[in-house]
Design a protein around this ligand. Structure first.
Ligand SMILES: [Fe+2]
Length: 230
C-alpha cells in the first residue's frame, strides 16, 4: 500500500494519497486545500485517482475537493449522507468557526460551492481500491456523518478527526456528541485490533494498542452504558 501524506491548510491537516502498489489505483483521503505537490505526486507516480474519499465534512478536510475534481474529473466524490449538508455549506463554514471575512484570504478559505457529491458511504460496505479493501465504518461523534476506513490486510485505519495520538476529536461543533464519539471509537476503531496503525487527520501516526492503553480519554474507569466513572 502506498501512503503519502501532505500537511495542508492553516489547521495542519493530514491529506493522504492511498494507492494499491500493484494496480496503481488511488484515492485521496480528505484533500484540505489545493496542492500542486499533491497533484504532481498523483501524476508522477502513475496513479489513477478513482475517488476523493472524505471522512467528514469539515472545511480543513474538504477544502481541496474542487481543485482535485478539476484536475481529475473522473474521480468520484464520496461522503456519508449525514455530512452532506455540512459539505455543501463549505463557503459558510469559516464564519461558523469564528473566522472573520477579513481573514479568509490570508487563510486560503475563500471557498466557492464544492462540486456535487457522487456517492454516499454506507456503513459496513467494502470499498475496493485495486487490491486494497477498505471497510467503511460510521463513527459519529465528531460530526454526525464521520466515517473511518479500515484496510484489514495491511492493518491500517484512517480515522479523520475521531481519534488522535493521545487525544480525541472535539465535540463542541455542530453535530458533535461526546458520548457518541467515545462509543464510536470503542466499537469501530479499538475493536479492529491492537496491531492496527492509526492515521489521523492531524498529528502523527499511532496504533490502536497505544491509544487503547495510554490515551487519557480512553483509559480509566469510564464506561458507556454502565454509568459514568464507575
Ligand atoms: Fe473535523
Amino acid at each position: 500500500m502506498i501512503i503519502q501524506r501532505f500537511v495542508l491548510t492553516a489547521f495542519q491537516q493530514n491529506t493522504r494519497i492511498i494507492a494499491c502498489d500493484e494496480t496503481r489505483q488511488a484515492i485521496c483521503i480528505d484533500p484540505g486545500e489545493q496542492s500542486n505537490e499533491l497533484e504532481s505526486f498523483i501524476r508522477d507516480s502513475g496513479l489513477t485517482l478513482q475517488a476523493v474519499a472524505l471522512t467528514h465534512g469539515h472545511l480543513d478536510h474538504i477544502g481541496g475537493t474542487s481543485a482535485l475534481h478539476e484536475a481529475f474529473p473522473n474521480a468520484e466524490i464520496i461522503i456519508h449522507q449525514d455530512d452532506e449538508d455540512m459539505y455543501y455549506s463549505l463557503p459558510a463554514q469559516p464564519m461558523m468557526l469564528g473566522i472573520g471575512p477579513d481573514q479568509l484570504r490570508a487563510l486560503g478559505m475563500e471557498y466557492a460551492d464544492p462540486p456535487a457529491v457522487t456517492r454516499n458511504w454506507e456503513h459496513g460496505e467494502i470499498y475496493e481500491v485495486g487490491r486494497l479493501k477498505f471497510s467503511v465504518r460510521h463513527c459519529p461523534g465528531h460530526t454526525r456523518g464521520h466515517v473511518v476506513l479500515a484496510e484489514e490486510s495491511e492493518r491500517n485505519v484512517f480515522v479523520g478527526d475521531c481519534l488522535f495520538s493521545g487525544s480525541i476529536g472535539r465535540t463542541d461543533l455542530p453535530g458533535g456528541n461526546y458520548e457518541q464519539l467515545i462509543d464510536s471509537i470503542n466499537s469501530q476503531i479499538l475493536s479492529l485490533g491492537d496491531d492496527f496503525t492509526v492515521y489521523s487527520g492531524h498529528g502523527p501516526e499511532t496504533t490502536v494498542r497505544r491509544e487503547r492503553t495510554a490515551n487519557p480519554f480512553l483509559i480509566g474507569t469510564y464506561r458507556l452504558g454502565k454509568g459514568k466513572y464507575l
